[in-house]
Design a protein around this ligand. Structure first.
Ligand SMILES: NC(=O)c1ccc[n+]([C@@H]2O[C@H](COP(=O)([O-])OP(=O)(O)OC[C@H]3O[C@@H](n4cnc5c(N)ncnc54)[C@H](O)[C@@H]3O)[C@@H](O)[C@H]2O)c1
Length: 398
């Protein structure tokens, strides 16, 4: 089925399905506000294989194994012990030490790729070649050209590919994006977004070529700001390495060869300029616990208003809004409405069953990837870098 034949979510269906497929597992129960009658019936479960059984698999597997649209049939990790352990914990029947063994083993139709950032391109290509739909953690590929080749390969084989993050699916994103579309802030001028912590210590790939704070952290803000303000035309950036060596669990001391400190200026056209910063050297008392963060991590200002997102865009807590007519900050959308950052693969499986499109698109993910590679070029050459890619925008109406 082509993309244009497929239905799109309306808000009520989206909310119900998001909650139904969402983090019942994390909280232990579906939120009481959701009536059973609103939960979509699953016509079938998508046979799913998960590759990469490290840190983030602990967030994905509870959602996937509780989704009525998913049957996780196999796990894979080149560190086979990890796949074996997760298969015991989540009661998955099959586990494999390589993608080739996985593809030759228990049949499945949908691959969830949670491997190292630099591995995604290769793993995603192999899965598409083998006829599997793909959900990929970020980034989908290592370059725009390679990512576009993956999208062509998927289209030629009538397969789907999606990539994290899913920040545009939160109700707070919807509130901000439609306020911009309605003109609530007047003429938009500028935006700022930031995300950082002291850096992961469990794997070295975060600090190696193709890694860095941009594809790991800034990717969320870049997805949100381009989703709200529109595609970017030109990127200017300065990147640096603040901590040249790191101590990594089970590996010891490594040299940091990719940025751990990034500042990007983005020209969205029509005079709108935004600024995104990310880094692995940011004091952050909350670590990875998103709900503890109460700062405005995204702020947008226009001629008649200001809007600030409370907390991180991947786990937002609400939106503060002040306008010319109501100049004191007022708080809105404090309810997540079932949205959780780790539900993207479950929603993609649901989309395979229901033919309902998600708001997130691989074209948007590739545009964000191009911003990241353009920022690396800008920083090393001292130039403004023009972008080639774009995506369907706006994502939401007024
Ligand atoms: N850890 C988090 O909280 C988190 C949150 C959001 C997104 N992510 C993203 O998830 C991805 C994985 O991160 P992580 O923190 O889980 O890393 P990790 O190092 O803990 O896990 C990655 C796993 O993939 C395995 N692997 C690598 N190459 C493989 C291959 N070719 N075939 C099979 N297995 C392979 C590794 O052995 C490892 O167990 C990254 O893209 C990261 O940016 C992580």
């Amino acid at each position: 089925m082509s993309t244009s034949d497929r239905k799109h979510w309306n808000r009520r269906e989206f909310t119900a399905a998001t909650i139904a497929a969402g983090m019942a597992g994390q909280a232990g129960a579906v939120p009481a506000a959701v009536k059973t009658s609103e939960r979509p019936a699953a016509a079938r479960r998508v046979r799913t294989g998960v590759i990469g059984c490290g840190s983030v698999s602990n967030a994905y597997l509870p959602v996937l194994t509780q989704s009525p649209f998913v049957e996780v049939v196999s796990l894979c990790d080149i560190r086979h012990e990890r796949a074996r352990k997760q298969s015991e914990k989540f009661r998955i029947a099959h586990h494999y030490p390589s993608i080739e063994a996985m593809l030759a083993g228990e049949p499945f139709e949908f691959l969830v790729d949670l491997t190292d950032m630099q591995e995604h391109e290769k793993v995603n290509r192999r899965a598409l070649e083998a006829g599997k739909h793909v959900w990929s953690e970020k980034p989908i590929a290592n370059s725009l050209a390679a990512g576009q080749a993956l999208l062509r390969l998927a289209a030629e084989n009538r397969l789907r590919i999606w990539g994290a993050p899913i920040t545009p699916l939160s109700p707070q994103f919807a509130f901000m994006a439609s306020a911009i579309q309605r003109g609530t802030l007047g003429r938009i001028a500028a935006a700022h977004a930031d995300y950082g912590h002291e850096g992961p210590n469990w794997s070295s790939f975060f600090y190696e070529k193709g890694g860095g704070s941009m594809p790991d952290l800034a990717v969320y803000n870049l997805t949100s700001l381009t989703g709200i303000l529109g595609p970017v035309r030109t990127v200017t950036a300065m990147l640096s390495i603040v901590t040249p060596h790191r101590d990594i669990q089970e590996k010891g001391r490594i040299e940091v060869t990719e940025e751990d400190n990034a500042m990007l200026l983005l020209d969205h056209g029509n005079g709108v300029i935004s600024h995104v910063q990310s880094g692995f050297n940011y004091f952050n008392p909350h670590g990875h616990v998103g709900k503890e963060e109460q700062r405005h991590t995204i702020s947008i200002v226009g001629s008649r208003g200001y809007m600030g997102l409370i907390g991180y865009d991947w786990e937002p807590q609400g939106v503060d809004l002040a306008t010319h007519d109501r100049p004191r900050l007022e708080r809105h959308v404090t309810d997540a409405n079932g949205y959780v950052w780790q539900q993207g693969a479950a929603l993609a499986a649901e989309s395979l069953v229901t033919d309902r499109e998600l708001l997130i698109t691989p074209e948007h993910a590739l545009h964000v990837l191009e911003i990241i590679t353009a920022a690396r070029a800008s920083s090393s050459n001292g130039t403004h870098v023009k972008l080639q890619s774009t995506f369907r925008w706006p994502l939401v109406g007024p």
